[in-house]
Design a protein around this ligand. Structure first.
Ligand SMILES: NC(=O)c1ccc[n+]([C@@H]2O[C@H](COP(=O)([O-])OP(=O)(O)OC[C@H]3O[C@@H](n4cnc5c(N)ncnc54)[C@H](OP(=O)(O)O)[C@@H]3O)[C@@H](O)[C@H]2O)c1
Length: 206
């Protein structure tokens, strides 16, 4: 396992988040999240904003993953809640059952809406869209509902998570809501970066 301490500059972060050499070619799917120590992905405001406020480490990790990615995948709930817009020089893939995506995303050439017509969209369907465009480097930015489905389907290679040293309690959204997934150790921590009290983890899931 690699350990380190921030702050790191952009080039160092790009190295820190480099894909393992045995998987340098082909598809690599990452989840990018922030949580509290008790695994909450939303704070008292019901969003992630109250968790990442003041975390330079998380902002740096988020920006690094976006720099790396060719496609950013997000559930329509997060797109609506967090006010996602089209991304500069990068594809945004919005996943929805209902097809209800914000108007500014609906008809933009840089935004790809994958709708299940009322049904679940599988990770394979989304990844097929990505493959069709030649996008191998994929980051799933959430939310927890979408990410949970991807983890359960075994579609995520790596979870990159910022853990903030706070206990949120309450009924905030868990990083992985829904039915239990653990049947034994499923992840391997490969990188641990401490940055002004926050922990930036890279955990390999497969
Ligand atoms: N801590 C973090 O790092 C982090 C990251 C992202 C989001 N968040 C927070 O999480 C909250 C939202 O949580 P959430 O779990 O509801 O977000 P979400 O997964 O983005 O949104 C749920 C919606 O996304 C679509 N969706 C999800 N899974 C789907 C699937 N398998 N197939 C088809 N559509 C699917 C559906 O959209 P339709 O309703 O259109 O059918 C569903 O209602 C926000 O408040 C946000 O702030 C936190």
């Amino acid at each position: 396992m690699s350990t380190g301490q921030g702050p790191l500059g952009e080039a160092e972060l790009d190295d820190w988040y480099a894909v393992p050499s045995d998987r340098a070619a082909g598809r690599w799917v990452r989840g990018g999240f922030i949580t509290t120590l008790d695994g909450r992905a939303t704070g008292p405001d019901g969003r992630s904003g109250s968790l990442n406020e003041g975390s330079d480490g998380d902002a740096a990790a988020f920006a690094t993953l976006r720099r790396w990615a060719q496609a950013v995948v997000v559930g329509a709930g997060t797109a609506r809640e967090e006010g996602y817009g089209p991304l500069e020089g990068k594809a945004l893939v919005v996943v929805t059952r209902s097809g209800e995506v914000p108007v500014e995303l609906a008809d933009h050439p840089g935004v790809h809406v994958v709708s299940g017509g009322g049904e679940d969209v599988t990770p394979e369907q989304v990844l097929d869209v990505c493959a069709g465009h030649g996008w191998d480097r994929v980051v799933v930015e959430g939310g927890p509902a979408l990410f949970g489905a991807w983890v359960r389907a075994g579609a995520v290679d790596e979870l990159c998570v910022t853990v903030r040293p706070v206990l949120a309690g309450g009924d905030g959204q868990l990083l992985l809501p829904g039915s239990a997934t653990l049947s034994g150790p499923t992840g391997r921590l490969t990188h641990l970066l401490e940055w002004e009290g926050d922990l930036l983890l890279r955990t390999r899931l497969r």
